[in-house]
Design a protein around this ligand. Sequence first.
Ligand code: SF4
Length: 592
Amino acid sequence: MSGDAARRFPRSFDPSAHERELVAIVGEIARAPRIDAKRLDRALKRFPKDGRGLFSRSEIISGFRHFRARYWPDLDEPEFIGRLRLRPVRTRSGVTPVTVLTRPYPCPGRCVFCPNDVRMPKSYLADEPGAQRAEDNHFDPYLQTWNRLDAYRNIGHPVEKIELIILGGTWSFHPEPYQVWFVKRCFDALNDYGSGVDGRADAGRAPMGFHELLPILRGAPGSYNQRIRARRTEEFDADGLHESEHASWQGLREAQRRNETANCRNVGLVVETRPDHVSNAELHRIRRLGCTKVQIGLQSLSDEVLARNARGCDVAASRRALRMLRSAGFKIHAHWMPNLLGATAHSDAADFARLFDDPDFRPDELKLYPCSLIESAELMNYYESGDWKPYERDELVELLATCLERTPAYCRVTRVIRDFSSADIVAGNKVANLREVAEAALRARGASLREIRAREIRDSAFDVAALLAVTDRYVTSIGEEHFLQFATPDDRLVGFLRLSLPHGEAPLAELRGRALIREVHVYGDSLGLGRRREGKAQHRGLGRRLIERAARIASAAGFRRLAVISAVGTRAYYRDLGFADGELYQHLDLAD
Ligand code: SF4
């Protein structure tokens, strides 16, 4: 098997060759009243694999599935896997995220802080964990999705409800045929994996040729875009696409229809773009693709800072983009960068305050990316000339603590650093747990966090009867936003709904005159579709109750119809609640 093939099709593990050891290990795990890392380690060492190495968690699960009927017919699989899954963090927010990267492609931006790694889509480095997986899968959407689902399932994570996060450069700059093909292939992988089909042998046909060309590209003169364009061969068309990277809208619609009832359903789809690439046509296109959330780089709310960093778009473009995205119901996941060229810790604190004081912004989710210097970025020149330097550690921690403290209850701070390895960072933060450090600084001030991530119930048990219905209202550029919550008496967040009551004209005709549900989220472990588990938040009818509350509020505000920006895999759920399919959204008539 070649190196490439071995990466794409990892050698399969045969449990029957290790029956004695696996039966002993599984038996030990099943019998123990409680399993922790130490106890598991002891069992693994007592029954080594091939007399030497240790079995991996995925191999133990594979052994459990293989021998279950013979040895433990009454042992519940989710319960057994739950015992093994010592770090269930990734799926705690209720859905399992699958991140895939588009392939290297020119980007319209020239931002001075942005890395230029020609092996990767713009702004990513080959050392980042998600980027490595993408490269191993030749940036093929089917292989990335299928293999990620398989990896999740092998370590015991549920794969029934999937949020697809498509990252890389500027999504909207990719030619439409590539966008349609990329998303269709992700859906194909979800549909196939859920029905036990392995279509990997037919995937990954575009000849990326990165490894062969890398020495040439690295040494080649010119910008990232010039070098990526120079990589085209006669096998790519004028748009830089390979003949295999095309799909029809009809083909995508069929894959989406199949996904509505598939075993691995798409419950959210995210793309990332620039503010100046948001237009009516783009809103319509990404909605047709099934998109529900947009990651958007604001980076700064100062025109001066944006200009110094060669962002190529101004604050007015960010205002316009967020207004349009919100009017079309998309969840808004903003990126904001302190320590850019021309900023100070003082100006950054004021900039961040504008993010929530100004109704034109007020994002739903936020990534804080303190600027770090990467050797391939143009910022290197400013560093060498002394025009830019990273904030001192304490200065950065204090600034981030201030940002976290000022983040309101309706926003979720998803990250406070980029996933760059410290080896790639020439200058800037290298503290991996910067969030914890900033939160500790915040608590030392006697302040507390209101942002969503700090309040999520995660997998703690709670009493449904004691839940409180809480609503935060705030004004946005398009009208009034209601953030409906279910919270425990000690203020842990169990579920929430984002309801927009717009005042003006919606950019998409289908939404005119409608109130709009932009998000419904109920926390708890990501349970399988239709499964219930005692003490967990999902599948307790909390989503339905939130939607009923939203309908009452919209009706009282004079709206006759309520629309929802549903994901492909949640359409059936909304139909059950009385919503009817429109072209891009689903709609509910409200009683008088
Ligand atoms: S738009 Fe984004 S990806 Fe493109 S250069 Fe700027 S930061 Fe990098």
